[in-house]
Design a protein around this ligand. Structure first.
Ligand SMILES: NC(=O)c1ccc[n+]([C@@H]2O[C@H](COP(=O)([O-])OP(=O)(O)OC[C@H]3O[C@@H](n4cnc5c(N)ncnc54)[C@H](O)[C@@H]3O)[C@@H](O)[C@H]2O)c1
Length: 327
């Protein structure tokens, strides 16, 4: 297959205009790509358009754009028709995390897209090996997992399914580098991929400690922010262990591993969250509660913080070993 995709010429297709879809679209527009956005839900075109515009206005506020917002919006086509995808070199599905719905959508995408187009899913946790069975040429199918806000995060996890070809993976890695990302490749699509899998180990442990009443949510958050938060972006995990000298890690593993939670049960706190339909900042109810104003402030602070970290992360490792691409 021809994995030399030129989406700068052919455009990138994004299916789904929710939180992630709009965020990814805005980040690609900001990079100068023509984007064909598909709104699969009736009535979503207008709200999707508005969400994308809001994200681009944020990019403008953060001095990421070199032309007026209108010029970037002119690169965008929003449609309910999958037909719009027929020239795209890359199509990324970004719809609800539901296997059956994603399979139906991929059948529609595969039926219309070019024979050498790369098809990708932004799924957080559905195995790519399962999803790629929905398309006739699974070699051209891959996971591309973004983090939000997509224009201000270096993270991009590329996930291979059993049948993904090396050419497809290489093409996506190369493309991601041109987007200013620091792509990581997961050769086997283990459940949760890399980042979510790691974080679920942390979520289980902290819920366990809080439920045992050993600490509070607020103190747990403080620990994480001011301890892990002070080294994570700079060092990652393995360099952190090297930095600390490694000497005590072995003894700590022996002593601590048997004490960590390995429960398969849903935590009562999480059960309560589900039972009370709490959706965090989306409806003001979660581990904390939020007024609309506070929810908005958290969203804005998160985008701004990511923008700052994006630049900060480019500076430091480069000073040490030139690992990152400065943008
Ligand atoms: N939210 C995150 O931070 C995040 C991060 C990485 C990956 N993801 C993944 O990205 C995907 C989208 O997540 P999101 O947070 O943008 O969700 P969302 O709920 O904000 O948006 C979902 C979108 O799915 C589409 N959709 C809904 N029902 C549909 C149907 N029946 N048929 C076709 N399309 C339908 C609509 O466009 C809707 O806006 C999911 O697979 C999610 O796991 C989310």
């Amino acid at each position: 297959m021809n994995a030399k995709i030129h989406p700068q010429d052919t455009g990138i297709g994004i299916v789904g205009l929710g939180l992630m879809g709009s965020s990814i679209i805005a980040s690609l527009l900001a990079l100068g790509y023509p984007v064909k956005a598909i709104a699969p839900i009736h009535g979503e075109k207008e709200i999707g358009y508005k969400r994308i515009l809001e994200q681009l206005l944020l990019c403008e506020k953060f001095n990421i754009l070199s032309a007026p917002v209108d010029e970037y919006m002119a690169l965008l086509t929003v449609s309910a028709e999958y037909d719009e995808l027929k020239e795209c070199g890359l199509v990324v599905e970004c719809i609800v995390e539901n296997l059956a719905i994603k399979e139906t959508v991929f059948k529609k995408i595969a039926a219309i897209s070019k024979k050498d187009a790369i098809l990708a899913s932004n799924t957080s946790a559905i195995p790519i090996s399962i999803l790629q069975k929905a398309v006739p040429d699974p070699q051209r199918f891959i996971g591309i997992h973004w983090a939000e806000p997509a224009f201000a995060t270096r993270f991009l996890e590329i996930i291979c399914g059993n049948q993904t070809s090396e050419a497809t993976t290489d093409a996506v890695v190369k493309l991601a580098m041109t987007w200013g990302k620091e792509p990581t490749v997961l050769k086997k699509d283990v459940r949760g991929f890399i980042t979510n899998r790691l974080m679920y180990a942390v979520y289980r442990e902290i819920l366990h400690l809080v439920e045992k009443d050993h600490t509070s949510f607020t103190d747990a958050d403080k620990c994480f922010r001011y301890n892990a938060g002070s080294w994570m972006t700079l060092m990652g995990i393995f360099r952190r262990m090297d930095y600390e000298g490694l000497k005590d890690y072995f003894a700590a593993y022996i002593n601590i591993f048997p004490l960590l939670s390995n429960s398969d049960d849903i935590s009562p706190q999480m059960q309560k969250i589900v039972d009370t339909h709490s959706r965090g900042i989306q409806n003001g109810k979660g581990f904390y509660s939020y007024t609309r104003q506070e929810a908005l402030q958290w969203s804005q602070a998160f985008s701004e913080f990511n923008k700052d970290i994006f630049h900060l992360a480019a500076n430091y490792p480069e000073r040490v070993n030139g690992e990152h691409t400065k943008s």
